[in-house]
Design a protein around this ligand. Structure first.
Ligand code: NAD
Length: 290
């Protein structure tokens, strides 16, 4: 069995997978591979899947399958799997880091200090304590973020189309999230019904000076509308790890103030990469035992 490791994983993963078959990262061998292992970089669209003529099993190390044409793969008899359990803490910690960095002006303070400036008055901070965090999506990552925000004395509310009650947060309507939140953090999958969910109309129903955090997917928001709302001051800050196009060349976000950007590193903690490797080895063991 040939296992094609398409994206970057821990250096020891090829050796760990060798007990199941030959392991390669040579993409030209895709027609021979029975197992394809990917993260976010390699997109398994129809054209790629047509090349993967021997493929029987795909594992995506990560949450969500929006980088794979899973329906088409399944129509060819391929089993499509992912590892949603691995990344929750890594992503929640990045979302929380964004929530601390924005009202404390950490990036601006650091840059201005290194430019020889002493901007004490201009860098007046805001506390998270007593503020309301509105979560859109209270699955694995939303839950981890809620626990952290509550430890900081925030009041946490959540909207989730498929969750009606929760032991840790108050479940409210989408409208209530927009109207009541000082911070809104997005933790939903990219599917047809969530694409463009945060547009000019949704933004207009938010509090003035709201902070928006996006660690889920870029296409869940309309970036042009976010940029306009940042320019007008309606949104005080937008912190994002994800973009409608990655890398976000020519994005309107580059022209807007108070944007904090990271290059889709939500899942890229050392600890999470180790967890991903463990999950993938576990998935392969199950697959060969079928
Ligand atoms: P999850 O499946 O545990 O939770 C998603 C929640 O969204 C679920 O509770 C679901 O009911 C809810 N939901 C689905 N459709 C909805 C809708 N239309 N309106 C409101 N709620 C809806 O997923 P998770 O592990 O919490 O991950 C969330 C997302 O984070 C993933 O889909 C992925 O896109 C993203 N993610 C990003 C990174 C990164 O590197 N930045 C890493 C991992 C995951």
């Amino acid at each position: 069995m040939l296992i094609l490791l398409a994206d970057a994983f821990t250096p020891d993963l090829p050796e760990r997978l060798a007990e199941f078959g030959e392991v390669t990262s040579d993409m030209s061998r895709i027609p021979e591979a029975e197992v394809l292992i990917v993260r976010s970089k390699t997109r398994l669209d129809r054209a790629m899947l047509d090349k993967a003529a021997s493929c029987r099993y795909i594992v995506r190390g990560g949450v969500g399958l929006d980088t794979i044409d899973a329906e088409y793969a399944r129509s060819k008899g391929i089993i499509v799997d992912n590892t949603p359990e691995a990344s929750s803490i890594a992503v929640a910690e990045l979302a929380f880091a964004f929530m601390i960095a924005m009202p404390n002006h950490l990036v601006r303070a650091d840059i201005s200090m290194k430019e020889g400036k002493w901007l004490k008055k201009e860098l007046e901070r805001n506390e998270l304590y007593g503020k309301t965090l509105g979560l859109i999506g209270i699955g694995r990552i939303g839950r981890e973020l809620a626990l952290r925000a509550k430890a900081f004395g925030m009041s946490v509310i959540a909207f989730d189309k498929y969750v009606l009650s929760s032991d840790i947060v108050k479940i409210v309507s989408f409208e209530e999230i927009l109207a009541c939140s000082d911070y809104i953090s997005l933790h939903i999958p990219l599917i047809d019904e969530t694409r463009g969910m945060i547009d000019a109309s949704a933004i207009s129903r938010m509090k003035n000076g709201v902070y928006l955090i996006n660690t889920c997917r870029g296409q869940v928001v309309i970036e042009e509308d976010i940029a306009d709302a940042l320019k007008s001051g309606k949104i005080a800050g937008y912190a994002t790890d994800v973009y409608s196009k990655e890398p976000p060349e020519g994005s309107p976000l580059f022209e807007a103030p108070n944007v904090l950007m990271t290059p889709h590193i939500g899942a890229s903690t050392e600890e999470n990469l180790l967890r991903l490797a463990d999950c993938i080895v576990g998935r392969l063991r199950k697959y060969v035992g079928r």
